[in-house]
Design a protein around this ligand. Structure first.
Ligand code: C2E
Ligand code: CA
Ligand code: CA
Length: 882
């Protein structure tokens, strides 16, 4: 008894200490629990006191019972004080029903085991009866409350107390307590019985729980706890225990009171009630779930429709295929672009639209992309349209096999037939002379290169002939250009007829031609034999416009050999030989001899002059205005370098620019031009009231300069010219060099705000795809296309296509070499924005620019010029025929 007293008091102290550590409702809870244990301890103390004095004669009821019965009262208050998370009404109702089920079950068990026998045994007084019943009854209440809290504890997201331990302590205690009542009733109890151990354990658990550090709740464990079936089953376990107990009781006794049946009835009602509640709750849950699924489905459908609309209206055709090219999805745009209705392709192989070679390439491409997750690959393939026509398509394949939403390969296809055709045409243009359709210099030199490389293998020598017509200039001057062109065409035909099909005939411009001869081992097709034949052929009279015309030809011949390692050298040799023929007298041929080299020496002299001229200020800039074709006003100038040689006089850029490029002097020269041009335009138009632009030509060699970006930046900084007013012009050849490096520099310029132009557009032979990759702002249409606008046939398709290409890319198109009113009108009609050429003004020295700008105000073209104006240049002091 003493030990129990001490145990209870110790547990009370522990609870009190914990109450002191925490705050709020938890402090209350622990405090009340402490009070409960303390109350019991005091009761025990009194009881022990009585027993030690009175022996077995301890009165019942006594003061000790007050202490004992205080315990369940304080315990109940303490348990109620535990903070429990708020719950929905349905939840709370279910918890209450669960609690009632537990209470009724426990009451039934207690009734059978303890209460009913107690009543039957009777007592000395009414009071004694009530008190002795109060013990098991309050035990039922305590256990019920503990179980109830366990049930609700499942919803506690942060268990604020070691609930399990306290609960176990309280339950152990209550069982011992009821057991004690039972034993006392049956007269089997005396202090120190086994049942006392239950009390000890109870206090121990409560005390340890109070001392245990409050643990930080782990959400994962909480979630796990919440799914345990224990909480749901607990009330049923209690009910089953009650049913079994009562059934056994009913079997054993014949004396059936009314309590057991009524209690069982109450249990049945509770179970039914709870079932109903669950049913209702489930229905609400289902409805809620259905609602949410519907909302989600609607959302998904909307997003899918949005996506589909995007895909369908895109100009690209989107196809989803598996690795074997079988179509899984096909966007509707397929019908618009290639004519095939989308649904006819699904589940069929895409290769059915391709010729067998293209199909093979597509399969190969798909396989290679399929190896690389999220990799892409672009290929160009001919695709058969529904009407049988074959068009060129560009396919970009993206591997989305790993993407859980797609799990396939996605193809973006676009029709690039027009682009391809223009490209092919431009490539042809780039390699052929427009008038005679012979090869041009670029193609010729390429062929020579190839032939030289072949010769390395099979020992066949090659010969190159350079031809220059004698007397052509006279024909041109006396009979007119048309007659000159006709004559050139006929010469070209005769040349072609004089050689074998595998030999190459080229026109280099003007009256210069060249022939590449692959010499037979037996000498039948020796270059000299060919030269002789050509001289005879050309020597025969031509008939042009009913007139008989006579010309002759001077030929230089060079063979591949030790003096000619590459095409450049071989062609230069033939050229030198040809000049020798000319000076010796026309109508003959000359074989190249190494002594002819001296011409080259002249070039070296010129190169050193160039260096000196740069130092001594022999270079100056001329400016040619660019005109807005719509309003007719000057919007800027192109700076063009001029060299005034101290002895030789003016040397054209066509001569000194290549020289400067090959000697590297283009860098200082280019920097001079850039600085001078920027300075000059700031002098004419210092502010944004008239933001005249200035175009400066740059060579590929300048872009190689490591500090090119710095040079441009510092010139802009020095002169104060806003970057957007500077436009750098470069030819397509720049892009052929080292694409990646060039791209870095161009992007750097772009970032500065400098504008970039492609000069002489259409004469290079690069793929048009660079237009997408490089950040150009301006396309300068080469003079050769503008010239054709003036030809009798008025050919304007190419110029128009280029302007449209520019519009498609969102860049400005500038027509170069505009010389005639008709060209001006035609360019305006096809939507070209800017023009430049002798029609407006030839390049003029800086001193005359102010005059041009003043005159501009008066001569600006009205917006809708109907009357052809006389084709007078704005400025004609340089005597160029307009
Ligand atoms: P480009 O950049 O295409 O310059 C246009 C050329 O066409 C200029 O020749 C100009 O005088 C000429 N031109 C302009 N309008 C007409 C016209 O209506 N009819 C005819 N027949 N020609 C016209 P220019 O000044 O002799 O320059 C020749 C080339 O030399 C330039 O061609 C450009 O590539 C190069 N060049 C000139 N200055 C520089 C320079 O400072 N740096 C570099 N890198 N190249 C330069
Ligand atoms: Ca230019
Ligand atoms: Ca040009």
């Amino acid at each position: 008894n003493v030990a129990l007293t001490v145990a209870a008091l110790a547990a009370a102290v522990a609870c009190g200490w914990r109450a002191h550590q925490v705050s709020g409702r938890m402090a209350w809870s622990w405090g009340l629990l402490g009070a409960a244990v303390l109350s019991w301890g005091l009761g025990q103390f009194v009881w022990t006191w009585y027993e030690s004095i009175l022996g077995d004669e301890v009165p019942f009821p006594s003061l000790a019972d007050v202490g004992y019965l205080g315990m369940p009262v304080f315990t109940a208050a303490g348990l109620l004080a535990i903070p429990i998370a708020a719950q929905s009404a349905a939840h709370r109702a279910r918890s209450v029903l669960d609690g009632l089920m537990i209470a009724a079950s426990l009451l039934l068990i207690s009734w059978i085991a303890v209460l009913s026998p107690l009543i039957t045994a009777g007592a000395d007084s009414q009071m004694a009866m009530v008190i002795s019943l109060a013990y098991p009854a309050t035990d039922v209440v305590t256990v019920t409350m503990v179980l109830y809290i366990f049930l609700r504890g499942r919803q506690l997201h942060s268990a604020p107390m070691p609930l399990v331990m306290i609960g176990s302590g309280l339950v152990t205690f209550a069982i011992s307590d009821s057991g004690f009542a039972y034993l006392t009733m049956t007269g089997m109890y005396s202090s120190g019985a086994v049942i006392d151990v239950g009390w000890f354990v109870g206090f121990l658990l409560i005390g340890v729980a109070a001392l245990k550090p409050a643990k930080v709740p782990d959400p994962a464990v909480e979630a796990e706890l919440a799914t345990r079936p224990l909480g749901v089953l607990l009330p049923y376990v209690a009910v089953i225990a009650a049913v079994i107990t009562s059934s056994l009781e009913l079997l054993h006794t014949t004396n059936r009171g009314t309590f057991i049946p009524w209690n069982r009835n109450a249990l049945i009602m509770l179970i039914v009630g709870r079932q109903l509640l669950t049913l209702l709750e489930n229905r609400a849950l289902t409805r809620d779930l259905e609602g949410r699924v519907e909302a989600r489905t609607a959302e998904l459908r909307a997003s899918e429709q949005r996506f589909q609309a995007l895909v369908q209206h895109s100009s690209d055709v989107v196809t989803v295929v598996d690795e074997s090219a079988t179509v899984i999805y096909q966007s509707e745009s397929m019908e618009r672009v290639f004519g095939h209705p989308a649904h006819t392709l699904v589940n069929r192989s895409l290769t059915e639209l391709l010729e067998s070679r293209a199909a093979g390439r597509l399969r190969e491409a798909l396989q290679s992309v399929a190896q690389r997750p999220y990799g892409t690959l672009s290929i160009e393939l001919p695709i058969r349209r529904v009407d049988g026509r074959v068009c060129q398509a560009e396919l970009t394949i993206t591997n989305l096999l790993e993407d859980p939403n797609v799990g396939a390969l996605v193809l973006n296809t676009r029709d690039i037939t027009d682009r391809k055709e223009l490209e092919n045409q431009l490539v042809h243009e780039a390699f052929h002379d427009a008038l005679t359709n012979l090869a041009n210099r670029a193609l010729f030199s390429d062929r020579v290169d190839q032939a030289l490389r072949r010769r390395d293998r099979d020992e066949h020598p090659i010969g190159v002939l350079f031809l220059d017509l004698d007397g052509f200039k006279e024909v041109n001057d006396s009979r007119g250009h048309a007659a000159g062109d006709e004559l050139l065409t006929q010469v070209a035909e005769r040349l072609r007829a004089s050689v074998r099909p595998e030999d190459t005939v080229a026109r280099f411009g003007g009256d210069e031609f060249a022939i590449l001869v692959e010499v037979d081992p037996d000498g039948h097709n020796d270059a000299e034999v060919v030269a002789q034949r050509v001289i005879e052929q050309i020597g025969m009279p031509f008939e042009v416009d009913g007139n008989e015309l006579h010309v002759s030809v001077s030929i230089g011949i060079a063979y591949g050999g030790p003096h000619a390692e590459n095409a450049g050298q071989l062609m230069r040799n033939a050229d030198l030989a040809m000049y020798r023929t000319k000076s010796a007298g026309a109508g003959r041929y000359t074989l190249y001899h190494p002594e002819m080299h001296s011409a080259l020496v002249d070039r070296l002299q010129l190169a050193s002059d160039l260096r000196r001229g740069l130092d001594e200020g022999e270079f100056a800039l001329f400016y040619q205005p660019t005109i807005d074709l719509e309003s007719g006003v000057i919007i800027g100038f192109e700076a063009l370098a001029r060299w005034h040689h101290h002895t030789r006089g003016s040397i054209p850029p066509a001569e000194f620019i290549p020289l400067a490029e090959s000697t590297g002097l283009i860098r200082p020269l280019g920097t001079f031009v850039l600085r001078e041009a920027c300075r000059q335009v700031m002098e004419w138009a210092p502010d944004e009231r008239r933001p005249l632009s200035i175009s400066v030509n740059v060579s590929a060699r300048q872009l190689d300069q490591p500090d090119f970006l710095d040079v441009v930046a510092s010139v802009l900084d020095e002169t104060g010219l806003p970057a957007h007013r500077l436009c750098l012009e470069m030819t397509e050849s720049v892009l052929m060099e080292d694409t990646e490096n060039v791209l870095v520099i161009l992007n750097g310029l772009k970032e500065m705000g400098v504008r970039l132009a492609i000069d002489d557009f259409g004469t290079g032979y690069s793929s048009l795809s660079y237009l997408h990759r490089f950040p150009f702002d301006v396309l300068k249409i080469d003079k050769s296309f503008v010239d054709r606008l003036h030809s009798p046939s008025g050919e304007m398709t190419l110029a128009r296509t280029i302007v449209q290409l520019g519009q498609g890319l969102g860049v400005t198109t500038v027509a170069e070499g505009l010389e005639h009113f008709e060209q001006f009108m035609a360019l305006r009609r096809i939507g070209c924005e800017v023009g430049q050429g002798f029609y407006f003004s030839e390049p003029v020295p800086a001193t005359e620019v102010n005059r041009l700008l003043d005159a501009d105000a008066e001569t600006a073209w009205p917006k809708n010029a109907v009357q052809p104006r006389p084709a007078k240049p704005l400025h004609s002091s340089h005597g160029v025929p307009a």
